[in-house]
Design a protein around this ligand. Structure first.
Ligand code: SF4
Length: 344
């Protein structure tokens, strides 16, 4: 049985997710692969093996080509990490570590005076939270050398600005409570416990396309829907259906890519935006219209060029564009399938 830190959020709640799926699924892992490639750039730059400028168009070990955008995110990460790195007496990137029966890789960890920082780099757009994040917790269990305090951080450059750095601060006593839970769970899994629980952790589970537990949860919730259902309940149901839908799509994609015929479905080509096949100036001569335009950089892009934040703040504004209903507790992702945990 392989227990990985990166899937701990799932197997801590659902043992069934560890069984071998009947069929291979083919999720779109573009964001994850790009994130791994940015991690690789950061690692090389922090180790002094390359400078950011040298890395454009390089191919990362996972086959992803390094783009300018990725380099700007890597540069921004290194800049944002300065205050945290400055407080650390030692730091390590991409460390392969183990804790009890689980293994994993920590994107970054730093040790200061009695303080341990564990950081994971995410590349998706949807916010991932540090609070009760088992991947970070397992990183802390593995790297723990008796520190008194811990900062667990998710760094996510493509999320909305307020979510780019999400930090959860724990004391040693608090960490030990989670450590005990993790050890108990791993002991249960070793004994062969077979529980199955549906929840947010079903997203990207290899079983989600066929899993009865997830299907049953959706069915029960859809059946008990009535006029008095609140918005949070409906959003939970919507996310479960979305999880199932993306899993079924990934399953059908994998089957068709392996040559299987799936009735009613085909692999239709998708296209990017149209591009000129000649240079814009030649096109301008041929077409008689101006084919170029000057575009202002976004504030985020200007920020990534390394301008001082206080000057940028003084000359930028964020206009109110409207209002949208949202839960009073900001971390509505935590609310799925149960009450939101209180932040410590
Ligand atoms: S889909 Fe959800 S309930 Fe089913 S095995 Fe995966 S994590 Fe467990």
């Amino acid at each position: 049985m392989n227990l990985y830190f990166s899937t701990a959020h799932r197997w801590m709640r659902c043992a069934q997710s560890l069984t071998i799926p009947r069929r291979r699924v083919d999720y779109d892992m573009t964001a994850a692969n790009e994130g791994t490639a940015v991690d690789w750039v950061i690692d090389k730059v922090l180790l002094g093996d390359a400078s950011i400028d040298d890395m454009e168009a390089e191919i990362a070990p996972n086959g992803t080509e390094i783009t300018n955008v990725m380099l700007s995110y890597a540069g921004q990460f290194i800049k944002d990490m300065q205050p945290i790195l400055g407080d650390c007496e030692s730091a390590e990137t991409q460390a392969k570590v183990g804790f009890d029966k689980a293994d994993g890789r920590i994107d970054f960890f730093g040790r200061g005076a009695d303080h341990l920082v564990i950081l994971d780099y995410k590349y998706g757009h949807n916010p991932v939270y540090a609070f009760e994040n088992w991947q970070l917790l397992f990183g802390a269990f593995a790297a723990d050398m008796g520190e008194r305090t811990f900062s667990l951080i998710i760094y996510q450059p493509r999320a909305a600005k307020e979510y780019v750095i999400d930090e959860w601060f724990l004391t040693r006593d608090e960490l030990l409570v989670y450590r005990e839970r993790a050890l108990t769970r791993m002991a249960q899994l070793s004994r062969g416990v077979k529980d199955a629980t549906a929840g947010t952790h079903c997203l990207y589970c290899d079983h989600a396309a066929e899993c009865d537990t997830l299907g049953h949860e959706i069915e029960v919730r859809a059946r008990t829907m009535n006029d008095t259902m609140d918005l949070a309940y409906l959003r939970e149901l919507q996310r479960m259906v979305k999880t199932r839908t993306s899993a079924v799509e990934a399953d059908i994609t994998a089957r068709m890519r392996s040559g299987e015929y799936v009735e009613g479905w085909c692999m239709a080509p998708t296209y990017g935006q149209r591009k000129l096949t000649i240079d814009p100036i030649t096109a301008q001569t041929i077409l008689g219209v101006d084919t170029t335009k000057q575009v202002a950089r976004s504030v985020a892009e200007i920020e990534r060029l390394g301008v001082p934040a206080d000057i940028l703040d003084a000359i930028t504004t964020r206009p109110l564009s409207g209002h949208k209903v949202q839960p009073v507790a900001p971390d509505d992702g935590h609310k799925l399938f149960g009450p939101p945990p209180s932040k410590t």
